[in-house]
Structure formats: structure tokens, C-alpha cells
Design a binder for this molecule. Structure first.
Ligand SMILES: NC(=O)CC[C@H](N)C(=O)O
Length: 250
């Protein structure tokens, strides 16, 4: 048996149907090159994988849902047959899950400010996170901004956050979301997440305090794009806290 065989393989998937998947994969690849030669991670062999079809979900320890356009991603997921298996995996609690921006929209149990009917198709979200999300909360592309936010997590602490047509968390849902209305959709929830939702970060905008990062057990959601800055600490924290801890507990 070679040394490689005795290691636990940790594969982190990146949803790669649209959006900033290359940037996330680049971040993971840089991080994993470091971790694969770091003595404190010597029990593991890390790799990143594009997720485009259901078979790409096999054997994952974590998955990142990227920023981009949530409506487009939703339609592509429905057409590729990935929607159902991905929703099951996210809600199962078996892997660490991170949704960034459009990815956060897709993993919410309720989404507002959206066009529900898209031609012959419907906007559907995967669900998993007991929150209500409002799309495009800060306005249009030209209203994009960057802000340094502080996090309690010692390995992240202060981080430059890029917001591009970003969503915010407008509510924490204590029970099942009600039926979607004209401009809102609700996810099909088939696995309860027994953890409570923790608010990790907020921004002040026009006199309002807006929630931009949350955690619920195995799921992390951020309104901003950590893959667009040359800083790998958020990806490392996701791997340490959401991927490795789960694989040890499992
Ligand atoms: N940067 C982003 O991911 C933008 C999200 C986009 N506004 C959406 O609704 O999907």
C-alpha cells in the first residue's frame, strides 16, 4: 500500500454550470497544493472537482455553489437532471455546503424579488438553509461595492468582501416557508436542518443593518464573493470547519 492509498481523500465539488466556478476552483487548487504538503494535514489528500452532472456528486465531502445568475443556474440544473440529486445532497447534511451570492439564493428555503415564471420553466431553489433571501438587495451591477467585514472566526477575522448585485438574508424561518407568491419561491424541504441559523456578518446600508453571512450546521451562506480576492482564508475556513469536521464526525 502506498502512502497515498492510506490517506483519506477529501474531494470538494464546485457547481460548474454557470458563474464564477473557475475562480473557486483556482482558489481551491492553490489551497490544496499547500494542504497536500502540510504536515498537519498529512492524513488527507485533497482535490477539487467540477460538478456538472449527477455522477459528479459521488464521493464528495463538500460542495460550493458559486455566484453568477441564480435563475440561469436553476434552469440549467433542472435541464441537466442535477437539481433533484443536488437538493438531496445539500439537505442530507452529509457534506459541507457553501453558497456564495447566487449560490446562497439557490440554497435558501425562501427567495423573494424574483421572476417566478421563466418562459416554459419555473424558477426553483434547492433549499437547505432556513432563511428568506431577497435578491438584488443592493441594486444593480453599477451599485457593486467592496467592504472589509469582521468575523468572529479567528482564522478569517477581517476580510475584504466583494458585493455584486448581492442578495441579503431578510429573515430566519422558524417553521416551513409558506407557499410562494408572485415574486417569491419556496424550496421543497424534505430533510429538516436541526441546527439554528447563526448570523456571521452584517453590513450597514442606508441606515439599515443587513445580514450578509450565515451558518446553519453544515451549511455556510455568504452574499459576497471570497473567490474574487487573492485571499484564501475563507476557503480554508470552509474546508476546516465544514468539510473536515463533518468527515471526522461522520
Ligand atoms: N453576483 C451574483 O451572484 C449575483 C446574483 C444575482 N443577482 C442573482 O440573482 O442570481
Amino acid at each position: 500500500m502506498t502512502q497515498q492509498d492510506s490517506k483519506t481523500h477529501i474531494v470538494v465539488g464546485v457547481l460548474s454550470v454557470q458563474g464564477s466556478f473557475r475562480e473557486h476552483l483556482d482558489h481551491l487548487n492553490v489551497l490544496f497544493t499547500d494542504l497536500n504538503s502540510a504536515p498537519e494535514y498529512s492524513h488527507y489528500q485533497f482535490s477539487a472537482r467540477k460538478v456538472k452532472q449527477p455522477k459528479d456528486l459521488d464521493g464528495l465531502s463538500g460542495i460550493i455553489l458559486v455566484g453568477g445568475e441564480s435563475t440561469t443556474m436553476s434552469l440549467l440544473l433542472q435541464h441537466s437532471g442535477l437539481f433533484g440529486p443536488l437538493a438531496q445532497l445539500i439537505q442530507s447534511g452529509k457534506v459541507g455546503v457553501w453558497g456564495t451570492c447566487a449560490g446562497l439564493i439557490l440554497i435558501a428555503n425562501q427567495v423573494t424579488n424574483t421572476k417566478v415564471d421563466l418562459g416554459d420553466c419555473k424558477f426553483k431553489v434547492l433549499g437547505g438553509l432556513d432563511v428568506s433571501i431577497e435578491r438584488n438587495s443592493f441594486g444593480r451591477q453599477v451599485d457593486s461595492f467592496t467592504q472589509v467585514l469582521s468575523f468572529q472566526e479567528s482564522s478569517v477575522r477581517s476580510f475584504e468582501c466583494v458585493f455584486i448585485r448581492a442578495p441579503v438574508v431578510t429573515g430566519i424561518l422558524s417553521e416551513k416557508p409558506s407557499v410562494g407568491t408572485k415574486s417569491s419561491v419556496v424550496a421543497e424541504v424534505f430533510e429538516a436542518n436541526n441546527h439554528s441559523v447563526e448570523v456571521l456578518s452584517e453590513v450597514e446600508k442606508d441606515g439599515k443593518t443587513l445580514i450578509v453571512a450565515v451558518r446553519q450546521g453544515h451549511i455556510l451562506g455568504t452574499s459576497f464573493h471570497p473567490e474574487l480576492v487573492q485571499d484564501y482564508r475563507f476557503h480554508k475556513w470552509f474546508v476546516d470547519e465544514f468539510v473536515l469536521k463533518r468527515s471526522i464526525d461522520a
